[in-house]
Design a protein around this ligand. Sequence first.
Ligand code: SAM
Length: 205
Amino acid sequence: MYDNHGFDSWAPEYDADVSRSDREGEFPFAGYQAVLDKIVDAVLAAGGKRVLDIGFGTGKLACALYETGVEIWGQDYSDQMRRLAGERMPHAHLFGGNFAQGLAQPLLEQRYDAIVSTYALHHLSHEDKLTFLRSLLPLLKDGGAIYVGDISFETAEQMELCRSGAEDWDEEESYFTYEEMKEQFPASDYVPVSYCGGVLIIRQS
Ligand SMILES: C[S@@+](CC[C@H](N)C(=O)[O-])C[C@H]1O[C@@H](n2cnc3c(N)ncnc32)[C@H](O)[C@@H]1O
């Protein structure tokens, strides 16, 4: 499990490492680019103009939106990730701070067409993830949605199958299944992308 300093150290190599893992179909990043692309396409198709990215990392996802004119707001506790993302998106509103302790005040003062988060929320426990996701719903504009792209599975059975074959499975991280998320968020959908990743879409009910 990384802390903010761990992500600082990883930042310079992060994009190359993740692309290689995705290309080779390795756990946990098999399907990474397709996950990001699905979210970008969905946000743009819905006409998103202002987006909050939680745990934006080097800004790869947010930058694809930023380049089309979308206003980007975000929070990430790694100084080095924020520096790289800031170079890609000089006019984005990027804040530090641990999202386990909540969002920076300026982020709470906006309303968003979409809230996105990729490969970051598995650092929260299952219960904390539910609480955090619920706290985001009031920040959406009418008709907005939350998109969580992450290591995830449709069923517990599929998760167990992946766990048994994955060398890099991290027991300290918390991955979700759609069968458990659907109970908590009835107005949701799940788009599976690879054997270990997909996109959860939560709408206001
Ligand atoms: C695996 S990277 C994912 C980055 C990017 N979203 C992507 O899809 O490539 C996780 C990111 O979340 C950030 N992060 C993890 N836990 C966090 C926390 N509790 N508070 C703020 N940022 C966090 C890390 O600094 C890192 O940039």
